[in-house]
Design a protein around this ligand. Structure first.
Ligand SMILES: [Zn+2]
Length: 357
């Protein structure tokens, strides 16, 4: 490691990190990030893995974030864990962020799938994390839809039959939810779901790539990868058979655009897994400013422009210019963060240190 201690006080701009995926998308990510579509773009770069210490389960195993100095993020964290993550976090969670953040652009509807919850992952996959995830909708085509949870209870034999048939009945069995910019949806481990075409999400997840691909045939996925290498009946036991009622669904939704000042972007049920915090200065622009507490935070500018200053390090004396589409990793050691201007930032953070995984 060549980085000096000072670098752990500095917000670090992160380059795009888009591994090849089986489904289409990526142009909305490039546009959001202010990048041109590169020549020869293969159209299968629908996910930008931000501050990632996670590798793809299949499809080549890419995904780890590299910092501007060429080091990889896991190595940088291991070299200076307290400065990056804070003592409380390291005590509770170890030298891992405990969080995977992505931008996701659905260039086509994603397959119906689910992710194991923590207890299933511990029991059958030798993994402490399942994959509860959450979607913060940044852009959506008119009428864009996501699907979440079975509308009616689906018994194990029926689920096995639907998965065997690989037809449209799986999607039809889920609750459709129309979404627009400003929506946020929590997707608990076990709940079957799908993301419709035409949506740009900021997605928070437990840091695994464990998916049960209930629909796999039409996307050309191999069965061994579709079911985590488990026997199919065992893999299907990780799926919540429902029903996910309208009131339960309502508890999984909120509006991040309603927050003024500093406040949560996600429903309260997310807090055991990760936190997303909206930071939006209020008052007369452009002088308005607001301060958020110290913390390891994937910081995504989702609207407008302004500046970001930190309590410690170079950015304490010389605020950094920020604009929509910027992605910065802010270490805990940078201290409190002051955001100024007509700008909205979402800070994606691990669960609080006291919530032991
Ligand atoms: Zn998912």
């Amino acid at each position: 490691m060549t980085s000096s201690l000072d670098t752990t006080h500095e917000p670090t701009r992160l380059a795009i990190n888009t591994p090849h995926r089986f489904y289409r998308g990526g142009e909305r990510i490039l546009a959001f990030r202010g990048l041109a579509v590169p020549e020869g773009f293969d159209g299968h770069r629908p996910e930008d893995w931000i501050a990632s210490t996670t590798r793809l389960f299949a499809e080549g195993g890419d995904g780890i974030t590299r910092l501007p100095d060429g080091s990889d993020l896991p190595g940088a964290l291991a070299a200076e864990p307290t400065a990056w993550l804070g003592a409380e976090h390291v005590e509770a969670h170890g030298v891992v962020p405990g969080l995977l953040t992505k931008l996701l652009d659905s260039g086509e509807r994603l397959p119906v799938h689910s992710h194991p919850d923590r207890s299933f992952a511990k029991a059958h996959l030798h993994c402490d994390n399942g994959k509860t995830e959450a979607w913060i909708v940044l852009e959506a085509e008119p009428g864009a839809t996501v699907w979440l949870g079975f509308r009616e209870e689906v018994d194990p034999d029926t689920l096995a039959e639907l998965v065997e048939a690989q037809d449209d009945r799986l999607l039809a069995a889920l609750n459709p939810v129309q979404v627009q910019r400003g929506d946020a949806v929590l997707v608990p481990g076990g709940q079957p779901h799908a993301i419709g075409e035409g949506i740009l999400l900021l997605e928070l997840q437990e840091p695994t790539d464990l998916s049960v691909m209930l629909e796999h045939e039409r996307f050309g996925l191999e069965e061994a990868h579709a079911f985590l290498g488990l026997d199919r009946p065992l893999a299907l036991r990780s799926v919540d058979h429902g029903p996910l009622t309208p009131s339960a669904l309502e508890d999984l939704r909120c509006r991040w655009t309603d927050v003024k000042g500093v406040g949560p972007a996600l429903p309260t049920g997310a807090e055991a897994y990760f936190r997303a915090q909206v930071v939006r200065p209020t008052g007369p622009s452009p002088a308005a400013s607001v301060t958020a507490p110290a913390g390891f935070a994937v910081t995504v500018v989702v609207e407008g422009r302004g500046t970001l200053a930190t309590e410690y390090g170079a950015a304490s004396g010389a605020p950094i210019d920020i604009a929509c589409g910027d992605v910065l990793l802010v270490p805990h050691g940078a201290g409190g963060v002051r955001v100024t201007g007509d700008v909205t930032v979402i800070r994606c953070m691990p669960p609080a240190g006291t919530t032991v995984a």
